[in-house]
Design a protein around this ligand. Structure first.
Ligand code: KIV
Length: 285
């Protein structure tokens, strides 16, 4: 499968007959290789790496350099998927100049485009990044970088007025040149409404089945993240249990002497064995 182009993604509206877009959040070369072989359209190197991989309680603990480090790992796998570098908290809040430099850092690390959270407040930053010829994906609804303001990871747009203002924000992002928009953590009717109202693809996560595409975190969907399972996650595998079973078996084989066996050992030839005076010697108990 060939990597899709950003203009092709931009035109992927289901209402125009496009297939739903498939996006995965992944942070390293092995998961990028798997995702590419599985035929995903886009790999987001998300700031969720903070919580999923680095053990933090929120996403605000990672920097542009951290994301660039993971973007580079994904890019080295050369996946047939668009690589999206997630702009972390404080990388696009201080000034337009800093924002463009930070976006460029992710592009130089191997991303094809960037994503950033927020609505109208972010329009000058989005326009400046676009002016530097960098494609931008928007992100509205539950935006984890705003968790302290939102009072936690809370479903958004539960009231009609909030739903309408979310659609207005998405329209503004489209107007500023975003080629796609993530909508996270909203009721299904709001996911449907924003998907109908906007002319670029809406990628949902916890936004119901009517969006133009879906995104899940790799560790969630393969069942490697087993500490909690948000309602919107479907686990397609049992990676955590499988890996515990593998490492348990390895530990048992090491302790019993079953590993390594002859097949996993570089056997010394007779000459070396003799020169070392090891013929006939037996290991002591
Ligand atoms: O960081 C991330 O994984 C994300 C997705 C949940 C959209 O932003």
């Amino acid at each position: 499968m060939k990597r899709p182009s950003i203009p092709a993604i931009r035109n992927s509206k289901r209402r125009d007959g496009a297939d739903p877009l498939v996006m995965v959040t992944a942070y390293d070369a092995p998961s990028a290789r798997v995702s590419s072989e599985a035929g995903v359209d886009m790999i987001l190197v998300g700031d969720s790496v903070a919580m999923v991989v680095l053990g933090y309680d929120d996403t605000m603990q990672v920097t542009t350099d951290d994301i660039a480090h993971h973007v580079a790992a994904v890019a080295r796998a050369n996946p047939n998927a668009i690589i999206i570098g997630d702009m972390p908290w404080m990388s696009f809040h201080v000034s337009v100049e800093e924002t463009v430099h930070n976006a460029a850092k992710l592009i130089r690390a191997g991303a094809h485009c960037v994503k950033l959270e927020g609505g109208r407040k972010r329009l000058p930053m989005i326009e400046a990044i676009r002016a530097a010829e960098i494609p931008v994906m928007g992100h509205v609804g539950l935006t984890p970088q705003s968790m302290n303001v939102m009072g936690g990871f809370k479903i958004q747009a539960r009231q009609a007025a909030a739903a309408r203002s979310l659609v207005d924000a998405a329209k503004a992002l489209e107007g500023a040149g975003c080629f796609a928009i993530v909508v996270e953590g909203v009721p299904d009717a709001v996911g449907r409404m924003v998907t109908e109202a906007i002319n670029v693809p809406i990628i949902g996560i916890g936004a119901g089945p009517d969006c133009d595409g879906q995104v899940l975190v790799y560790h969630d969907l393969i069942g490697l993240e087993n500490r909690f399972k948000p309602k919107f996650v479907r686990r397609y595998g049992t990676a955590y249990d499988d890996q515990v079973a593998s490492v348990t078996q390895y530990a048992s084989d090491v302790r019993s002497g079953a590993f390594p066996g002859a097949d996993e050992t570089y056997q010394a030839n007779d000459e070396l064995t003799e020169a070392l005076g090891l013929y006939g010697s037996q290991p002591e108990d």
